[in-house]
Write a protein of this length. Structure first.
Length: 369
């Protein structure tokens, strides 16, 4: 057996500084920055409240790892970039993870990958073979409650962004479908944001329309918000995937304003023919992108699978860019007195850009099925 008894190793000096390698650093971690997350959680009291959303059917006399401890271990791991449960075979011995999860005995390891896997196997319903599960309604309510608590007083107006994005799959997962738009096998989670606050993250299979299940989520969220802020004005914003008569009609009945993208078609293009011609002339003279805005009342034609039940305000952007047409349309319940056509498109609808970035960043954390 080779015996290494050298206490330190010297390296080439860096200017006037001596460089020495030693082995007396004690227990070291590369994730000390996570302590800031722990302090944030202490202010929000988020993880203890999330733990209350779970049902623990284990024999408590034999429990070594509490629900709150395992949730903290898994959530902090995700926040630090450790997405794979296998990572916790090493992380369970990390001293900082022990500190963040509230483990009193520093030498006792945290939960292993198998124990954490059993935590995540719960489907939100009672199951005699799964001792740990969660209440979907309680988790949903907590997300909105944290958002409400972030305000010292009720705002006069809020914008709820609804969106979906792809969650790529690289194996034979249950509910695996190919999505033509994303050109990959993926899930299609639904998100609802208000600014930087996540109000809903619902994991869905990708063989559904983008708006699938969105009405029920919006109804639930709006009900909870209005219970706390009865007078708040709510604007619902989304792309053309959510431009559905069912959702718009519900908004109109519930005094919720909306602005949705509207997919292009030949009929819409014909309506803005004069504006497109004007934009083309401007581009030919200046050589830079030209925009002309207009608005009109529009109703889709009757179809077997439905259509709009009434006329609605449509704002159009007739744009000529790089020698080609780039028309865009949005439908809204907001009046022209409050929002002119150009302001509604450029300031309100295009504000979706920040929200879309947030939904992509959240796609790895879609834990709530």
């Amino acid at each position: 057996m080779t015996e290494c008894n050298e206490f330190s190793f010297g390296f080439e000096a860096c200017g006037s500084r001596e460089v020495v390698a030693r082995f007396d650093g004690g227990t070291i971690t590369s994730d000390a920055g996570a302590l800031l997350l722990r302090q944030t959680d202490k202010l929000l009291n988020l993880l203890p409240r999330l733990a209350e959303c779970f049902l623990d059917g284990r024999n408590q006399q034999q429990v070594k790892h509490t629900i709150q401890e395992m949730l903290a271990q898994r959530i902090y791991g995700l926040a630090l970039g450790y997405e794979d449960l296998n990572d916790h075979e090493q992380l369970r011995m990390d001293p900082v993870f022990g500190l963040m999860t509230g483990r009193v005995e520093a030498d006792e390891p945290l939960a292993g990958k198998s124990t954490l896997n059993r935590l995540e196997l719960g489907a939100g319903t009672r199951d005699r073979y799964k001792k740990i599960t969660y209440w979907k309604e309680a988790v949903d309510e907590l997300l909105v409650k944290v958002f409400l608590e972030s305000h010292e007083s009720a705002p006069s107006e809020i914008v709820l962004d609804v969106d979906t994005t792809d969650l790529p799959l690289h194996g034979k997962q249950e509910g695996r479908f190919f999505h033509g738009y994303y050109d990959a096998y993926c899930y299609l989670p639904l998100y609802v944001f208000c600014g930087e606050h996540l109000l809903c993250a619902r994991l869905r299979e990708s063989n559904h329309d983008a708006s699938y299940g969105s009405l029920a989520e919006i109804q639930r969220i709006v009900k909870q918000i209005r219970a706390a802020w009865p007078a708040v004005k709510i604007i619902l914003r989304g792309d053309s995937g959510f431009c559905r008569n069912e959702l718009m009609s519900w908004c109109e009945r519930q005094d919720v304003s909306y602005v949705f993208g509207l997919a292009r078609n030949q009929r819409l293009r014909k309506i803005i023919g004069a504006e497109m011609h004007a934009a083309t002339q401007q581009w030919e003279k200046s050589g830079v992108a030209a925009r002309v805005f207009t608005e009109f009342q529009y109703q889709t034609r009757k179809r077997k699978n439905g259509g709009w039940e009434r006329e609605r305000r449509v704002v159009a952007k007739a744009e000529q860019i790089d020698g080609k047409e780039n028309p865009r349309f949005v439908v809204t319940s907001l009046s022209s007195e409050k929002w002119t056509a150009q302001a509604l498109y450029e300031e309100l609808y295009c504000g979706r850009g920040d929200m879309e970035t947030g939904s992509r960043n959240s796609s790895v954390c879609s834990l709530n099925e």
